[in-house]
Design a protein around this ligand. Structure first.
Ligand SMILES: *Cc1c(COP(=O)(O)O)cnc(C)c1O
Length: 447
């Protein structure tokens, strides 16, 4: 886990952004250079590339467990449930490692629930979030014994009540409240709150709870919020907690007693130089208020659980220096990892072998690391000072969350292999797709 007082690892040079590979890897779990060769846990990146080909996602089992245990330990003084947000990385191997460790899960679709069950997770430890649950989703979840629906609207609440009635069950629910934390006070989360598609407005929440209490097949369990993603400070979480506590007290006065409070996900990670609050400091800021409340607490971490447990290994195919820019064309592209193109996310890109002459940025060029897709937006990183040769292997770090799960087959590119590493062991957890399989179920027009 990264230390919150740790130094920056990048320098803006005249040529471009230089990231010290050894310094970055020292800040990330599971990655290190041994004799100048990058390895994840005890397996070299080169060996992984030789065994599984490139591009290839690789995840460290230990890094995932370490974060889960850090959450668990940090909140050990109160009753808690860590519900891993499946959408960050839903490979069955990842889910099974977490299920075995005792994690619950936060899901946003029926498909994710099916994955959790296939990976050995228990439905009773699953919370079902999302604005667009269909009656079929609700019926499936209820029949499997879902732990709780995080309800985002009044109309969803009535649909759940109706479906539960047809199944002769009581549906466990909590309301997802939009706590409306002042975006001016906390500008860094403004994007997390601008969209009222999510959640029930804070000032409407009590009325909706009163409505829910009247519904015959609804069992009110808790209250929920999720205020945004990649938050590096604890203050917005504390502000949201305060808002929920106000509501919990008002509900108590009306005789509506809750069993749990769910503070969602959203804790940020270090990609390059970010210095997110540590899980321990995050917990220490929330615990006094939570202890006083006396409810069980749920969290739904996604990114923070897996982002830095994963890398994307890619090989440099072509070097194309031009008058204005130097392009390194690699075998991974925006279809494999869309965060840079979609969010202008800056991710670490480090070599599999440290240059023999150490940090020599003199005469080293800046490169745009780009894919082979016919889109100008197809890049993994821009203006990075790296010493590159054709055939070099690069690791894109922080790729364990919202990486493979957001990949596509654009340009008829098969999705990458996925591999998990544990100590000296490594195992294929999803084979690379074959090109033929991408169109084998399509039909020629028969007219
Ligand atoms: C995406 C999501 C999460 C996880 O967010 P991270 O930023 O990845 O921790 C948690 N809860 C809900 C409802 C979400 O939509």
């Amino acid at each position: 886990m990264s230390n919150c007082e740790s130094a920056t690892v990048s320098t803006q040079t005249e040529a471009g952004l230089y990231i010290d590979p050894a310094a970055l890897s020292a800040q990330l779990p599971a990655l290190s250079y041994q004799d100048d060769a990058l390895q994840m846990e005890s397996v070299s990146i080169k060996a992984l590339a030789q065994t599984y080909g490139t591009p290839c996602y690789v995840y460290s089992k230990q890094a995932i467990l370490d974060v889960y245990n850090a959450y668990s330990t940090a909140f050990s003084t109160i009753e808690h449930q860590i519900c891993y947000a499946v959408k960050a990385n839903s490979n069955l191997a990842v889910l099974s490692v977490l299920a075995k460790a005792g994690a619950g899960f936060d899901i946003v679709s029926r498909g994710e629930l099916m994955r959790v069950l296939a990976a050995g997770g228990q439905a009773s430890r699953v919370v079902f979030s999302g604005v667009g649950k269909t009656p079929a989703d609700i019926e499936y979840a209820l029949s499997q014994g879902i732990g709780c629906f995080n309800v985002e609207s009044i109309s969803e609440l009535s649909i759940i009540n109706e479906v539960a009635q047809t199944l002769d069950k009581k549906a466990p629910i909590s309301l997802r409240v939009n706590p409306d934390v002042d975006a001016n006070t906390h500008p860094y989360i403004s994007t997390g709150l601008k969209d009222n598609k999510f959640g029930i407005a804070h000032d409407k929440a009590i009325a909706v709870y009163e409505g829910a209490a009247q519904m015959s097949h609804i069992d009110i369990l808790g209250i929920d919020c999720h205020i945004g993603s990649q938050l590096t400070q604890v203050e917005p979480f504390v502000a949201a907690l305060d808002k929920l506590i106000e509501l919990i007290e008002q509900l108590r006065d009306k005789g509506i007693m809750l069993k749990h409070i769910d503070l969602g996900g959203g804790l940020g990670v270090r990609y390059i130089d970010e210095q997110p609050v540590s899980i321990k400091d995050f917990a220490d800021a929330l615990l006094p208020k939570l202890q006083k409340l006396g409810l069980s607490v749920f969290f739904e971490p996604g990114r923070s659980m897996v982002a830095n447990a994963g890398i994307l290994i890619t090989e440099v195919n072509i070097l194309k220096p031009t008058e204005h820019k130097n392009f390194a064309i690699v075998d991974a592209a925006m279809n494999d990892l869309i965060r840079p193109a979609l969010y202008q996310a800056e991710m670490g890109v480090i070599p599999s072998t440290l240059p023999a002459n150490g940090m020599d940025t003199e005469g080293t060029q800046a490169w745009d690391i780009v894919g082979a897709i016919c889109e100008t937006g197809d890049f993994l990183a821009k203006n990075r000072v790296l010493s590159l040769q054709v055939g070099d292997l690069l690791a894109v770090t922080g790729a364990g969350a919202y990486g493979f799960n957001m990949s596509s087959n654009y340009n008829t590119r098969p999705r990458t292999a996925e591999v998990m590493v544990s100590g000296e062991q490594h195992q294929l957890i999803k084979p690379r797709e074959t090109i033929e399989a991408l169109y084998s179920d399509e039909r020629l027009w028969q007219g």
